[in-house]
Design a protein around this ligand. Sequence first.
Ligand code: PXP
Length: 238
Amino acid sequence: MPRLNVNIDHVATVRQARGGTEPDPVVAASMAELAGAKGIVVHLREDRRHAQLRDLEVLRKTVQTKLNMEMAPTVAMANIAKKIKPEMATLVPEKRQELTTEGGLNVVKHFQKIKSTVNALKKENILVSLFIDPDPKQVEKSFETGAQMVEIHTGTYADTKSEKAMERELIKIENAVDYALDIGLRVSAGHGLNYFNVEDIALIEGIEELNIGHSLISRAMLVGMDTAVRDMVVLCGD
Ligand code: PXP
């Protein structure tokens, strides 16, 4: 069963709403770890709309499990990752106007740029994952970049309204996971997962980790971080 990694971006979103110092995503990360999270995920966006460089710097010193830095595949972000040295980096597409990461990387189209970012990070002994849609072409190209892992985008699955469409998306995800494993990639999944839709994804064999943010942080606001993480750990079967 997959390990749960908690994405703490939205703790930073609330802090940034007032531009102050609370709530502190660093404290949230420690609480998530105490409750059973096996990793902490932070997306340092180019527009710095939630997490700040300071958060990464302090988290690097405090995270006890594993720090996964989400970042755009750019030279500037790779230089920051080299200084922070997270255990892992996940390359994601970024658009300024989007509310959240919309879809996976187009590795087929941006192959050279992604490959050179993968190389730069691997030289620093950072494990590299590519966030991609459940599409065999993207899986294959991801392998060719030299990345060791892919994170399968579950957003379309999470957004579907009908049971039939959900079933179709689930099959796409299962096929992408199988193909990635077959060609030697490690696999995680995430985006849009919540307390009601996570179990079917957690049951897919071969997914090592689930990266969950918005639903978990939303629930933590109401019931506390400890309960929110523990309940999700149970659903992940971890
Ligand atoms: N995985 C990736 C690559 C993401 O960009 C995000 C959102 O920041 C997540 C997982 C978590 O998505 P959600 O906040 O919808 O749980």
